[in-house]
Design a protein around this ligand. Structure first.
Ligand code: DGL
Length: 271
């Protein structure tokens, strides 16, 4: 493994771009390879076993690209397949999920607070956040709600339709289980795309936590500690792969990175 190799990043689709973008902001000289499993999204409605199968194929793909580290830029994949991926990798390269860095941040910032969480069905049903928080910070009270309509709204490119987004958010965020919270965890990497509308729902009074910058910081620390930061001074190379071409992905990738992004369609074998 050497520092010039790429950082592998993946998600079911667009969501992981929120993490990838934060990584390129924090570490502009790093080469990145992004894989969006658009042929299989949404992950959040699938079983843990199915998600594990998808994830292991993607790990194989990113290993074949000689990545030096893999970032699982998806809460549903981290919640259901992180251990399976770790076992599969056998420490060949580091694996970073989006859940632990966010939990560490919650413990630092909200040690005795009532927190809300929204995520996919898979993430919420896994109760991974509750279990980890219970083990590490008993004084944090967490109330979680699955908000499965939000990913299709984003993947169908409807996230700029304020009325539609606001209506869906109102439906979810006004539910009894999410009242009286001191902060909200956006436990799906798609949701930061709706961040300004979520903030507006709370009249900008409730802090929102998402995985982007927090994960980018955790990754930078990990690379530094392992002597794996890329020393090149030019902007890193950015390669994007998808398992199916979707207009929403193409548009969002261009918007995030402010340039025309070339997408390579890659069908992974074995899934
Ligand atoms: N972005 C993903 C997550 O963080 C997955 C959404 C989906 O495919 O359902 O959970």
């Amino acid at each position: 493994m050497n520092s010039q190799q790429s950082i592998g990043i993946f998600d079911s689709g667009i969501g992981g771009l929120t993490v990838a973008h934060a990584i390129t902001e924090k570490l502009p000289h790093e080469n990145i390879i992004y894989f969006g499993d658009t042929a299989h999204l949404p992950y959040g409605d699938k079983s843990a076993e199915t998600i594990q199968r998808y994830c292991l194929s993607i790990i194989d793909f990113l290993l074949a690209q000689h990545c030096k580290v893999i970032v699982v830029a998806c809460n549903s994949a981290t919640a259901s397949a992180y251990e399976a991926m770790q076992d599969y990798l056998q420490n060949r390269i580091p694996l970073i999920g989006v859940i632990d860095p966010v939990i560490n941040e919650c413990i630092k910032k909200f040690p005795q607070k009532n927190l809300g969480l929204i995520g996919t069905k898979r993430t919420v049903e896994s109760k991974v956040f509750e279990k980890k928080i219970q083990a590490l910070a008993k004084d944090i009270k967490l109330k979680a709600l699955a908000t499965p309509l939000l990913v299709p709204i984003i993947e169908e490119n409807f996230h700029s339709h304020e009325k539609l987004v606001d209506e869906a958010l109102k439906l979810y965020l006004s539910q009894a289980s999410l009242q009286n919270i001191d902060g909200l965890i956006l436990a799906c990497t798609h949701y930061p795309i709706l961040k300004s509308r979520i903030a507006a729902f709370y009249e900008h009074k409730i802090p929102l936590l998402d995985a982007g910058e927090i994960t980018a910081n955790a990754l930078a620390k990990q690379l530094e500690e392992n002597g794996l930061l890329n020393p090149q001074v030019i902007q890193g190379q950015r390669d994007f792969f998808v398992s199916d071409l979707t207009p929403a992905f193409a548009q969002m990738a261009n918007e995030f990175f402010g340039e025309k992004i070339v997408l390579t369609v890659t069908n992974l074998t074995g899934n």
